[in-house]
Design a binder for this molecule. Structure first.
Ligand SMILES: *[C@@H]1O[C@H](CO)[C@@H](O)[C@H](O)[C@H]1NC(C)=O
Ligand SMILES: *[C@@H]1O[C@H](CO)[C@@H](O)[C@H](O)[C@H]1NC(C)=O
Ligand SMILES: *[C@@H]1O[C@H](CO)[C@@H](O)[C@H](O)[C@H]1NC(C)=O
Ligand SMILES: *[C@@H]1O[C@H](CO)[C@@H](O)[C@H](O)[C@H]1NC(C)=O
Ligand SMILES: *[C@@H]1O[C@H](CO)[C@@H](O)[C@H](O)[C@H]1NC(C)=O
Length: 433
């Protein structure tokens, strides 16, 4: 084994100081499951997959000194809040805590972004149908409703957007993971407003590090945000007042139900827990799905990524590495497979690392089949799903999906899809026959 030369330590220390000095603009995320993939114009940077996350890594300086990295804690956390738990196989078999200061975009400028000069129309159209959701047909040409033709950090851009929500006015609130902020995008606008974060990554109360999902607490209109990178759930009352609700939690997705409960999908504990909306802070919540270790039995989950709660308080969980969607009825001790579950694959009865799941008024299940770059619809008890948006059938490159990870319907039944890999949210209008 090579010994670290003192001179290198000095260089690293200088670099460290230099990096900490810069204002930190974004989260430096990369989509990769492969360690050290190129992610920056600086070849001394590489992608480090985040422990416990799916296809999310951080782009960081390829730091040579393994001896200075400490292993993550038992739940893949770091006691030092300025570190993030990543896989670094050259250094250690287990995940290690990596300093946020090594992920600065001044050191690791993003590799050339996905750009497409096709100009998207963001016209606002008032749909005429009244009732959402019967499975029918959607236009195969999407329109951009948030984000632009390129990855970026301007108010018109998104960078690796994650979960989003839609309100009755079709305003989109989106966890703009790679920009460490939450953006609010009014319908028909070509740019959004920052409503949370936007202060670089880090552990300060007003910072977000890889926000992954959000909900609105209708009691006081505050935003509750799953900040995956900081392993916490925070409430934003406004730009000046925030509070931490839950800490040391690998929350991938949040949900509420109409009875005033709040749900967290925990991808590391392989479980879903529930709180009373008014009693989140300081409480452990109640286990409502999974919680029997990682596995593929009907009472287990493997890295669940997304949840949906129906009016009967059944929980639909996209069970990522089991490539299936499970339904846990209220108080059930195990779930049933309602989509996929036929190993990983791209046939119509299969899924590949499913992400967002939603269920319509008729009980039909829509799944962002992330690994297959498609959206599927499964009618309950059916053995296979139907293709909802056939990307290849669309006329423009706009439709091409790359890692769609969340979806929603507006009041009129138009389908919104987070096209994560292309840094935008698309709307597919319901066709009215
Ligand atoms: C929707 O827009 C109307 C009119 O501008 C406004 O009064 C209402 O508060 C908005 N609703 C939401 C949920 O933002
Ligand atoms: C922000 O929220 C806090 C807590 O609800 C409130 O006391 C404060 O007045 C709000 N500030 C602004 C500028 O709205
Ligand atoms: C589906 O998977 C098979 C086997 O991995 C592969 O050969 C085929 O190209 C895939 N089809 C599509 C549309 O991706
Ligand atoms: C998707 O669209 C392409 C191009 O129109 C077509 O060839 C293909 O059969 C369609 N796939 C499905 C599953 O409908
Ligand atoms: C941009 O999209 C158009 C289709 O709208 C496609 O023909 C073109 O190849 C794309 N350009 C790039 C650079 O991806």
């Amino acid at each position: 084994m090579m010994k670290t030369k003192p001179i290198d330590s000095v260089v690293v220390f200088a670099l460290f100081s230099l990096i900490s000095f810069f204002a930190q603009a974004n989260c430096q995320v990369c989509d990769s499951t492969t360690s050290y993939d190129r992610c920056s114009t600086n070849s001394a940077c590489g992608c480090f997959p985040m422990a416990g996350a799916q296809n999310v890594g951080v782009c960081a300086f390829l730091w040579k000194f393994c001896s200075q990295l400490v292993p993550c804690g038992p739940s893949q956390d770091c006691s030092d809040r300025d570190h993030i738990c990543v896989h670094h196989r050259r250094c250690s078999n287990g995940p290690v805590c990596y300093p946020l200061s090594m992920m600065n975009e001044n050191i690791c400028p993003p590799a050339s972004p996905v750009t497409n000069t096709t100009v998207a129309t963001t016209t606002m159209e008032v749909a005429t149908t009244t009732k959402k959701a019967k499975f029918s047909k959607w236009e195969q040409n999407g329109k951009i409703v948030a984000g632009s033709n390129m990855e970026g950090e301007q108010l018109s851009d998104l960078r690796r957007p994650n979960g989003f929500i839609l309100d009755k006015n079709r305003t989109v609130d989106v966890a703009d993971g790679g920009n460490c902020r939450v953006m609010q995008w009014m319908s028909g606008r070509s740019e959004g407003n920052v409503v949370a974060g936007g202060n670089g990554y880090g552990s300060k109360i007003n910072q977000l590090t890889l926000p992954i999902d959000l909900i609105i607490d209708e009691q006081d209109n505050s935003l509750i945000i799953a900040d995956f990178g900081s392993q916490r759930v925070v409430r934003w009352f406004n730009r000046t007042h925030q509070e931490i609700l839950l800490e040391r939690i690998s929350c991938d997705d949040l949900a509420t139900d109409k009875y005033g409960y709040f749900y967290v999908c925990d991808s590391k504990q392989n479980e879903v827990r529930r709180w009373k909306m008014t009693e989140i802070k300081g409480n452990k919540g109640v286990l409502v799905a999974g919680g029997n270790g990682k596995g593929n039995r009907l009472n287990q989950l493997d890295t669940p990524g997304s949840i949906f709660i129906d009016d009967e308080q059944s929980i639909y969980v996209s069970d990522r590495y089991n490539h299936r969607v499970m339904k846990w009825k209220k108080d059930a001790k195990e779930g049933t497979v309602v989509a996929g579950g036929n190993h990983r694959g791209n046939k119509s009865e299969q899924l590949d690392g499913p992400g967002g799941v939603i269920v319509d008024d008729d009980g039909q299940i829509y799944v962002a089949d992330s690994g297959n770059n498609r959206i599927m619809c499964w009618k309950e008890a059916m053995k296979e799903g139907e293709l909802v948006v056939n990307a290849t059938a669309g006329a423009s490159g706009l439709n091409e999906f790359r890692y769609p990870s969340d979806l929603a319907f507006d009041f009129d039944g138009n389908l919104y899809v987070n096209n994560r890999g292309y840094n935008r949210i698309l709307r597919f209008d319901l066709m009215t026959q």
